[in-house]
Structure formats: structure tokens, C-alpha cells
Ligand binder design. Structure first.
Ligand code: NAP
Length: 279
């Protein structure tokens, strides 16, 4: 069997690293994407000692900048003839309002623009696979969120939690829209559960301690939290399944708002306009 190539963003920690470890056991060649080369080196050592699979490349990229994501996609296209799976996982929340040097609010830029640009730029090379897949890590935090098109970059107001929830709603809408627009590549989206990771690591003290306390009490382990990411990336059971939302390896419904086709198009156009403007 021809070796399969998978790109995993945010593979230096948390759910992304847990997924990378398991996928390496299945014999995939993995392109790990992260912003911190020291953590990248450590992730590679961890994976090799876990599975013995040395087919690993590390791509350094700060995914909060559209230009960087474009350049990452060029590096990936130079390195591989085909990509079988793109696992868009990197993301997080920012305590304070941060506007990137490209003029985008950082949570929106990292969590949504990054997924959009990498997926659309790699779509051709993923189509080269006979089982090409894109897997997007979203969150049930999207439930209750609505996209305020006048506040995409927190022009009117900023809330760390709202920015995060809206970005995760956009992940889902973008998935549904891309699935509708083409049938060469399967694209699905998932909720990993409440998982004990570093996700609140850059948050303020109160949020950080509440999340950490809650995590110890109620959260899924990182390995369990990676279950749907691994399943959607590698299982034959979901070959050809597209445009669906998963939790614990089962299809579930996303929020009512997430099924508005009008919003799918609006989110697509919004991201496409920023992409065209910035690269
Ligand atoms: N944990 C949960 O309870 C939970 C619940 C629902 C959804 N999720 C989603 O799960 C995904 C993974 O989160 P996690 O919980 O595993 O968090 P995590 O432990 O903080 O891992 C996030 C990963 O993304 C990377 N990353 C963040 N911003 C980046 C940037 N600008 N450029 C490049 N890499 C960047 C991090 O790199 P560094 O190692 O350099 O920080 C890290 O490798 C996210 O999309 C998150 O929204 C998590």
C-alpha cells in the first residue's frame, strides 16, 4: 500500500500531539505544524519513542498570519506529491484583544482564517489522494454563538469567550460550505469534548484556574479527546462521509444557527475576501 501523508496543525501539544502519536502507529508520514521549534523537536522525539515511526517532518509556522499560512502551504506542496489528510487542529483563545500585523483579531485569524487558507490552498494536492480528507477541530462552545459581521475583528466590542465561540461556529459553517462546493475531498468537523490540555494556558488567572480545576474534575484525557480526530482522519468507516459534525466518533447535530446556508456563504465570502486581500 502506498504510504499516506497527513498534515497536523498544532501538533506540538494537547489533542494534536495525541493524534499525531496514534496516527504515527498506523504508519502515516506526518507533517507536524507548530510555531515553536523547541516544542516541535520534543514532539518528534516523543512520537519516535512512542511508535518508532521516523517519517516525520516539522514545519515552523505562526498560523495567526495569513501570509505565513500561504507560505506553509507552498512548503507542503514542495515536499509532498499528495496529501491524504489535513487535520486542522491548532487553535486557542486570547485573553486580550490582539490585532495581528495584518489587521485581523488574533482568535479569528488563528482559529478560522488559518483553517480556511490552509484547506483551500491544499485542496488540489489533497484531491490527488483517492481518499482525501480534511478534518476540522471545532467545539461545542459554538452552541449559542452567532456571527456578528460588523464585529469580526472586535471593532465594536471584545470578549475572549465570544471570539472563541464564534470562531468555532465559523469552523463548522466553513466545513459545511466546502463540502457542498466540491466532492473530491471529504471534509468533516468535530467536538473533542472538554479536554485537559494547555488551551487555557495563555488565559488570565481566574479563567485559567477555573478551567484547570474543572479539567481535573470532569475533563476527558488528552488521548480520549483525540478520538474523533484520529477516527475521521484514518478510519475506513468514514471513507466518503462528508459535511458532518462528530463527537466521540459519532455523528451529532451542531447548533441550529450552524445550519444557515446563507451564513455558510457569508462566512466563505468573508474569509475568501480577507485571503485575497492579504496574499
Ligand atoms: N481542550 C479542550 O477542552 C477543547 C475543547 C473543544 C475544542 N478544542 C479545540 O481543540 C484544538 C486543540 O486544542 P488543545 O486543547 O489541544 O490546546 P493546546 O494544548 O493549547 O494545543 C494547541 C496547539 O495549537 C498550537 N497553536 C496555537 N496557536 C498557534 C499559532 N498561532 N500558530 C501555530 N500553532 C499554534 C499550539 O502551539 P504551542 O505548543 O506553541 O502553544 C498547540 O500545539 C483547538 O482547535 C481547540 O479549539 C479544545
Amino acid at each position: 500500500m502506498q504510504q499516506k501523508n497527513i498534515i497536523i496543525t498544532g501538533a506540538t501539544d494537547g489533542i494534536g500531539l495525541a493524534a499525531a502519536k496514534e496516527v504515527s502507529k498506523k504508519g502515516y508520514h506526518i507533517g507536524l505544524v507548530g510555531r515553536n521549534p523547541e516544542k516541535g523537536k520534543k514532539a518528534i522525539e516523543t512520537i519516535i519513542s512512542y511508535s518508532g515511526n521516523e517519517n516525520l517532518d516539522f514545519f515552523e509556522c505562526d498560523l495567526s498570519l495569513v501570509k505565513n499560512v500561504k507560505s506553509l502551504s507552498e512548503q507542503i506542496k514542495q515536499k509532498y506529491n499528495k496529501v491524504d489528510v489535513l487535520l486542522n487542529n491548532a487553535g486557542g483563545a486570547n485573553k486580550k484583544k490582539i490585532i495581528t500585523s495584518e489587521g485581523l483579531e488574533k482568535t479569528f485569524a488563528t482559529n478560522q482564517m488559518n483553517y480556511f487558507v490552509l484547506s483551500t490552498e491544499l485542496l488540489n494536492i489533497i484531491s490527488e489522494s483517492n481518499d482525501g480528507r480534511i478534518v476540522n477541530v471545532a467545539s461545542n462552545a459554538h452552541i449559542g454563538a452567532e456571527v456578528d459581521y460588523g464585529n469580526i475583528n472586535s471593532e465594536k466590542s471584545f470578549s475572549a469567550w465570544t471570539s472563541y465561540c464564534v470562531s468555532k461556529l465559523m469552523n463548522i459553517m466553513f466545513t459545511y460550505q466546502l463540502s457542498l462546493m466540491q466532492d473530491k475531498v471529504s471534509i468533516n468537523v468535530l467536538h473533542p469534548g472538554f479536554v485537559d490540555t494547555n488551551i487555557a494556558g495563555n488565559e488570565g488567572n481566574l479563567i485559567k484556574y477555573i478551567v484547570k480545576f474543572g479539567a481535573k474534575m470532569f475533563a476527558r484525557t488528552v488521548d480520549n479527546g483525540a478520538d474523533s480526530s484520529i477516527y475521521l482522519s484514518t478510519s475506513d468507516e468514514v471513507k466518503g462521509v462528508s459535511g458532518k459534525y462528530f463527537f466521540k466518533c459519532r455523528e451529532i447535530k451542531s447548533s441550529r444557527a450552524s445550519y444557515s446556508q446563507e451564513d455558510w456563504k457569508k462566512v466563505w465570502e468573508l474569509c475568501d475576501n480577507y485571503k485575497n486581500k492579504l496574499i
